[in-house]
Write a protein that binds this ligand. Structure first.
Ligand code: HEC
Length: 157
């Protein structure tokens, strides 16, 4: 009898111990989540900036018109997106053509709402399309916001 009862006791203790360990493990993810929240916000902000950088630098290449050209005829890295001569002319008549593109780095022209509207519709703050060669973008709102966030991150120098 005794050994059997003893064994039952050991089994019961083992079960209780397992339950305690399980509980402790179940609580862990919550604690980890709490600690990770500020990092998650930071990661989301840096995702937005990276998306904006990708659109401005790689996809739409705003710098091809909005950066000045240096003495070698190369877009000037020191004054990146500070505005400049577009440096191209149409070979056929295309209507109105702008020869200067404004500065975008730091604080692009217009309010945030006007900028996002321009990126989403091609319609400028003056209620009409801009002159060529400014492309008429049709970005999604998320992309337009990411572009604005990235341009602002370039500072007002
Ligand atoms: C092919 C050349 C070219 C490219 C590429 C280009 N732009 Fe422009 N952009 C221009 C020109 C030229 C103007 C001036 C148009 C005018 O004065 O009518 C302009 C004007 C603007 C303005 C001023 C709007 C206003 O209300 O005054 C903004 C903002 C702008 N561009 C943003 C961008 C962004 C952001 C990108 C990239 C996503 C970009 N542009 C790509 C040529 C370009």
């Amino acid at each position: 009898m005794f050994p059997l009862r003893f064994r039952t006791l050991i089994l019961a203790s083992a079960v209780a111990l397992c339950a305690t360990v399980n509980q402790a493990q179940a609580q862990k993810p919550d604690a980890a989540k709490g600690a990770a929240r500020p990092d998650a916000a930071k990661a989301a902000a840096s995702d937005t900036l990276e998306r904006g950088r990708y659109i401005v630098e790689d996809l739409a290449q705003c710098w091809r018109c909005h950066s000045p050209v240096d003495q070698r005829g190369v877009r000037d890295r020191m004054n990146w997106l500070h505005g400049g001569q577009v440096g191209m002319r149409p070979t056929v008549p295309v209507g109105e053509w702008a020869i200067v593109a404004p500065r975008l780095a730091g604080s692009p022209p217009g309010t945030d709402v006007q900028f996002i509207h321009l990126m989403m519709t091609g319609v400028s703050r003056r209620g009409r399309f801009l002159r060529q060669p400014m492309p008429q973008f049709r970005m999604k709102q998320d992309d337009a916001e990411a572009v604005l966030a990235y341009l602002k991150s370039l500072g007002g120098k």
